[in-house]
Each structure stands twice: as structure tokens, then as C-alpha cells.
Design a protein around this ligand. Structure first.
Ligand SMILES: Cc1cc2nc3c(=O)[nH]c(=O)nc-3n(C[C@H](O)[C@H](O)[C@H](O)COP(=O)(O)OP(=O)(O)OC[C@H]3O[C@@H](n4cnc5c(N)ncnc54)[C@H](O)[C@@H]3O)c2cc1C
Length: 351
């Protein structure tokens, strides 16, 4: 059981900044995210795009913003459950919560902050019969640990950056890499497309286009896939793994069944006070919430996270009085023993 003060569901910019604001109040945070890396939409959808409306940054790449947030929260030693989706929530008699993921990891906290954005990113699955039967038996939609493909034969399907980049990466790991795409054109970074072309010419990537995987073979594990090329008869390709990389689509998912008030696929919160939901102790911040005048912007998520943390502090310590302190005055006391502070004024005579 992972125990923490604030359990944050979603490690997008809002969830990450929550760790900082909670840290100032000496509250510890643990984050769960369905994606294998932190950063939410910024990391998953547009890491190389510049953002122009983050206060104090005339221009910042979305990926760099995530890196900076990670650096900013480092002193507060956040912990993560990545690549797992928060599935169920249970309220205990003492008002605390247990959140369990789809992989059975349990988390216990007095406060739950849902910073789930547009929802949990779920893989887009190709329409292949019995596909679900092979999940985790040779079919994977997200590559969590490339080592499982060492000396194995892999077939990757897709035409975007993920399919290109993983095909390139796995040539050094797998015994055989085949990339199948329904078009001859790929949509990705130019250097990735050129690298795949080069690896194809060297015989390190077996490229099959325009083609689709139309069936999977194997009893208890994938042993092969059926490849159908446009206008040709299909054929069986032996493989140990089939990895369809068709992108990820967000879904509010299991959170929608937690008894929270939902409006237009978002969680209703009290924006006059602290972004708490209809269940005391559960807050919703960032893109995932709704209230009159709501704007789905990163800076709004940061603001909501800040107010939410003050309320969470009062809930955990009802007898303590909260005093707002500027970081310029109080500095930052990291949980790792680090301290950052502005140079102190001195009293010294000038002769
Ligand atoms: C192309 C594009 C450009 C944009 N440009 C700008 C811009 O210029 N300026 C701006 O302010 N905003 C911009 N945005 C919007 C901005 O990215 C969002 O407002 C911001 O990402 C919201 O942050 P968040 O942390 O609330 O949610 P997200 O970034 O969506 O993160 C939520 C995280 O929660 C996880 N999650 C959800 N449910 C679960 C669950 N059940 N279990 C585990 N994990 C879960 C998801 O996997 C995700 O990683 C842009 C968005 C896009 C798509």
C-alpha cells in the first residue's frame, strides 16, 4: 500500500505543479498516470510545440515546460505510479481513500486530487477480431520496458512518430523488426522517417506498405500475424509480438463511475472556494473540472492547484492556522534536506 498526504491522479502540468504547492505546506504527494511518462498532453501530444501563454515565459516548448516542472518539484520528492490507470476508489470510515489501479496497485491518502485532464489516455486499437485475447500475451499498445523484446521478433503497426521511433529503437534490441503501415507516407519527424529508410536499406527493418494486420495467430501467445497488402493475397508473418501504435485517445474512463457530479464529460467543482467535488476530500483541478467560466488552460490549472492545496491542508490539519508566506521570504525547504532562500539582509556598519 502506497501512503501519501495528497494522491494526485494525473501527472500533467496541473498534477505536477500541485506537488510544488503541497510541498510548500509540507504535504507529500504521490502521482498516478496511465501514461508511462509524466507531462500529460504537453508530453504526449505536443512536446515540441512552443507555448506562448505561460506567465514569465515568452515562449517555451511544451516538453521543456514539463522538464522544468519536474525540476521545480524535485525537492519535494514526489513518487509515481506510471503506466497504470486509477480504476476504483473506496472511502474508508475515517474519511480517507484507497485508490486502486487497473494493475492492482493500492494507494491510501486523506486527500485525492483528480488532475486527469481530458481523461486517461487509452490506446486506439485496430479492429482485429480476438485482439483482446492476446493483450499482454504478445500484443502491447504501449512499450513500457523495451527489454521484453530482447532477441524476439516484433511487428509494429502505425505511421506516426511512435511507430517510427520504436521501430528504430528496437533494431538494437529485437532479433527482427517489421514495420507495417497502411500508407506509403509516414507522418513524423523528418529525421525519424529518414532513419527508417536507412535501416530498411540496410535490411535492419522489414518495411511492409501499404498493408494492414488483419488477424492474429497463436494459441496462448502471439505466434504470427496475417498481413494484407492492398490488392494482394494476405500472408502469415511469424512473430513473437504485435505492437499496434495508432496513438492514444483520452477518456474520462473509470473516474466517471466514482459517484462524482459530471457535466459534459467533466467533473463539477465548487470554484467559489477550493475546487472540491461533491465528495468531501476529493478535488478536481485542471482540464478535468468544470465550473461557470472555466477555461482549459495550463495557467488556470496552476491557479486551481494552489487554492486546492490550501483547502487540503485545512482538511488534514483542521486545528492549524494557515499563514500565506511568499517563497521570496520563506524560501523552500525540500523534503530531501535542501534549502533555497534569497540572500538575507545584514546589519553592518559602513565606516
Ligand atoms: C495541441 C495542443 C496545444 C495546446 N496549447 C496550449 C497553449 O498554448 N496554452 C495552454 O495554456 N494550453 C494549451 N493546451 C491545453 C493544455 O495542454 C491543457 O490545458 C493542459 O495539458 C491541462 O493540464 P492537466 O494537467 O489538467 O491535464 P493533462 O495534461 O490532460 O494531463 C492529465 C493526465 O491525467 C492522466 N489520467 C487521466 N485519468 C487518469 C486515470 N484514471 N488514471 C491515471 N491517469 C489518468 C492522463 O493520462 C494525463 O497524463 C494545448 C493542448 C493541445 C492538445
Amino acid at each position: 500500500m502506497i501512503k501519501t498526504d495528497i494522491l494526485i491522479i494525473g501527472a500533467g502540468p496541473t498534477g505536477l505543479f500541485t506537488v510544488f504547492e503541497a510541498g510548500l505546506l509540507k504535504l507529500k504527494c504521490h502521482l498516478i498516470d496511465a501514461l508511462p511518462q509524466p507531462g500529460g498532453q504537453c508530453a504526449e501530444i505536443y512536446p515540441k510545440k512552443p507555448i506562448y501563454d505561460i506567465p514569465g515565459y515568452p515562449e517555451v516548448l511544451a516538453g521543456d515546460l514539463v522538464d522544468n516542472l519536474m525540476k521545480q518539484i524535485e525537492p519535494f520528492e514526489p513518487t509515481f505510479t506510471l503506466g497504470e490507470r486509477a480504476q476504483t476508489i473506496e472511502k474508508l470510515d475515517d474519511g480517507t481513500f484507497i485508490v486502486t489501479t487497473n494493475r492492482g496497485t493500492k494507494h491510501h491518502a486523506p486527500i485525492v486530487a483528480i488532475a486527469g485532464g481530458l481523461g486517461s489516455f487509452e490506446p486506439r486499437k485496430p479492429p482485429i477480431q480476438n485482439l483482446a485475447n492476446y493483450e499482454d500475451k504478445g500484443v502491447e499498445y504501449i512499450i513500457r520496458d523495451p527489454e521484453i523484446y530482447r532477441d524476439k521478433r516484433v511487428v509494429i503497426a502505425g505511421g506516426g512518430d511512435s511507430a517510427l521511433d520504436w521501430s528504430i529503437f528496437l533494431t538494437d534490441v529485437a532479433s527482427e523488426v517489421t514495420l507495417v503501415h497502411r500508407r506509403t507516407e509516414f507522418r513524423g519527424a523528418l529525421d525519424s522517417v529518414e532513419k527508417v529508410q536507412e535501416l530498411k536499406n540496410l535490411g535492419k527493418i522489414n518495411l511492409i506498405t501499404p498493408a494492414e494486420i488483419t488477424a492474429i495467430h497463436g494459441e496462448n501467445h502471439v505466434t504470427g500475424v496475417e498481413v494484407t497488402k492492398k490488392g494482394e493475397e494476405s500472408f502469415t508473418l511469424e512473430t513473437d509480438h504485435f505492437i499496434p501504435l495508432f496513438g492514444l485517445a483520452p477518456k474520462l474512463g473509470p473516474i466517471a463511475d466514482w459517484g462524482l457530479e459530471i457535466e459534459k464529460n467533466a467533473i463539477k467543482v465548487d470554484n467559489t472556494l477550493d475546487y472540491q467535488t461533491n465528495i468531501p476530500g476529493i478535488y478536481a483541478i485542471g482540464d478535468v473540472n468544470t465550473y461557470p467560466g472555466k477555461l482549459k488552460l495550463i495557467l488556470c490549472g496552476f491557479h486551481e492547484a494552489t487554492l486546492m492545496c490550501q483547502s487540503a491542508y485545512q482538511r488534514i490539519y483542521p486545528d492549524k492556522k494557515f499563514v500565506l508566506k511568499y517563497t521570496t521570504v520563506s524560501g523552500i525547504n525540500g523534503f530531501d534536506g535542501s534549502r533555497k532562500e534569497a540572500p538575507k539582509a545584514v546589519v553592518k556598519a559602513i565606516n
